[in-house]
Design a protein around this ligand. Structure first.
Ligand code: CDT
Length: 313
């Protein structure tokens, strides 16, 4: 059986420090309308979509840091996006910095939400794999301070039923880790949505520039194929106040093939009519988990974090 859902990845061009949320949300609404005009029912926006990628900057003043976070969702700035989505009857994924109150305490997360076509929040994910560092490295070309500004997500990798399909979310660096896709794959994911902000140069070790895009696509294509799932990935692209981001938003089929990809480093909608049943044959053959996985040999994956050399005698 084939079950089609037209999905868009809404790439966001640069968001500069001087850009306010209102202007960014207007750009997101414009892309939502463009996706709707193509018949899309689901739009994936990027990670930390409402601001510049602020973890590149060292900040110490808690008020200055919290200014990048949303205390509630929707809020005054984002309500136009929710209203437009409801009006059009289109769902969306949105990444943002979340300032949550839990057990009377404030917590900071790098978060994405899934909003249904009725404008209501269906689910929430909080980024698990936080890259970078938490110490000040003023001599670096740029910093990557996610470990300073965010706590590790505490929601695991949930999936939800949406449009009769099983869908999941992750955020940026999560896409490089096979465990991310496998946990959702084990929950039957037909679709994994993600947003990313990936610098186009490496601040900490020299690496040929072309590897930035190669590793981006390699990780997502492998994750899609090895779990028989669609991956829809929306990037931030272009130079934010001079700091370049790779872009390359794309839609990847469960075969691992890229079926649509952004051409620019600007706001750009890429879309594809996805047969969300396409992964079924992969799930029932080469990656039939029930028939072929050998969990008795995988214990180290959850027992051990780092490498401990264990050569046989
Ligand atoms: N936002 C994010 O997670 N970016 C990382 C950059 C890693 S370089 C420290 C990524 O995996 O693309």
């Amino acid at each position: 059986m084939s079950r089609y859902l037209k999905i868009a990845a809404a790439q966001l061009g640069p968001v500069h420090l001087a850009d306010d949320r209102k202007s960014v949300v207007k750009r997101l609404v414009d892309m939502l309308r463009e996706a709707d005009s193509r018949g899309c029912k689901l739009v994936v926006f990027t990670e930390l979509a409402l601001t510049t990628f602020f973890p590149r900057y060292w900040m110490e003043d808690p008020a200055q840091i919290d200014a990048y976070f949303e205390k509630e969702m929707p809020n005054d700035a984002t309500r136009p996006l929710f209203d437009e989505a409801k009006q059009l009857g289109i769902g969306f994924y949105l990444g943002y910095a979340e300032l949550a109150r839990e057990n009377g305490e404030s917590h900071h997360y790098n978060t994405s939400i899934l909003v249904g076509s009725d404008g209501n929040i269906v689910g929430k994910y909080r980024k698990v794999h936080l890259p970078g560092h938490d110490d000040n490295r003023p001599d670096a070309a740029y910093q990557h301070l996610e470990k300073k500004y965010f706590e590790v997500g505490n929601l695991g990798f949930p999936v939800w039923q949406m449009y009769d399909h099983i869908v999941g979310m992750c955020i940026c660096n999560d896409r490089r880790w096979p465990e991310t896709y496998r946990v959702m794959g084990l929950k039957g994911a037909d679709l994994v949505m993600l947003g990313y902000n990936t610098p186009n140069s490496n601040a900490y070790h020299p690496e040929p520039v072309h590897l930035k895009m190669f590793h981006n696509l390699l990780s997502m294509q492998a994750g899609a194929y090895q779990n028989g799932t669609w991956v829809v990935a929306a990037a931030k692209a272009g130079a934010e106040d001079g700091y370049g981001l790779i872009g390359g938003s794309c839609i990847i089929a469960p075969t691992g093939e890229i079926v649509a990809q952004a051409l620019t480093e600007e706001d750009e909608v890429v879309s594809y009519d996805c047969d969300l049943d396409l992964g079924q044959y992969i799930k029932k053959t080469i990656f039939d988990f029930d028939a072929h996985r050998r969990i008795e040999h995988y214990g180290l994956i959850t027992e051990q974090t780092g490498v401990i050399p264990q050569p046989e005698d």
